[in-house]
Write a protein of this length. Structure first.
Length: 190
């Protein structure tokens, strides 16, 4: 192998080594580190595991061993009291959170019991069932007569104090929000 060939053979390896060194330096730079959130704060994308219990009912929901929950902190995608309690936690941390009904799904409201025509329900509907409205809201069927039905549109956990055991799996910078579409122009009256 002559010296020219030898230099040609080594150059790609040296270039790769320098490129890797450049990437390592960039990853270690303060600018890159600022992009990775260290703790839960507004605008961060949070991944967590949780177990929800209600006194007297035991575990009512959990995602442990299943797909973790992802939400954007500060966007009111989870119950307000839980969101507030998670602020400042770091990946790997766990927390037990006790929430009064007012900080979770609110107080139970008797006026949210509505009478509807039985014909609006599925034929097989029976009292005690949870049904979904056309827009995906769960409602409880309280009573069914020959012609009418009483449904409860309160959230199933309204009026209940909740306990959450959470584990923060990951925190990331939330992806940038899509630019809002401009509002349509209104024609001036003629």
């Amino acid at each position: 192998m002559n010296p020219v060939e030898s230099a040609t053979v080594r150059t790609p390896g040296a270039t790769r080594a320098l490129a890797c060194l450049g990437i390592a330096i960039a990853l270690a730079s303060p600018a890159f580190a600022a992009e990775v959130p260290k703790a839960i704060a507004d605008g961060t994308l949070v991944t967590l595991e949780y177990t929800l219990t209600v006194a007297g009912e035991g575990i009512v929901d959990t995602n442990v061993g299943k797909e973790p929950l992802k939400y954007t902190h500060g966007e009111e995608e989870i119950v307000p009291g839980l969101e507030k309690a998670l602020t400042g936690l770091k990946p790997g941390e766990t927390k037990h959170v006790e929430l009064a009904a007012k900080d979770a799904y609110g107080a139970y409201d008797d006026t949210r019991r509505i009478t509807v025509e039985k014909s609006q329900l599925p034929a097989e509907a029976k009292a005690g069932q949870i049904l979904m409205t056309a827009d995906g809201v769960p409602v409880k069927l309280l009573e069914v007569t020959d012609e009418k039905a009483v449904i409860d549109v309160n959230h199933p956990l309204a009026g209940k104090d909740l306990s959450f055991d959470v584990k923060v799996v990951a925190i990331e910078a939330a992806p940038p929000a899509a630019a809002a579409a401009p509002a349509p122009a209104l024609d001036a009256p003629k």
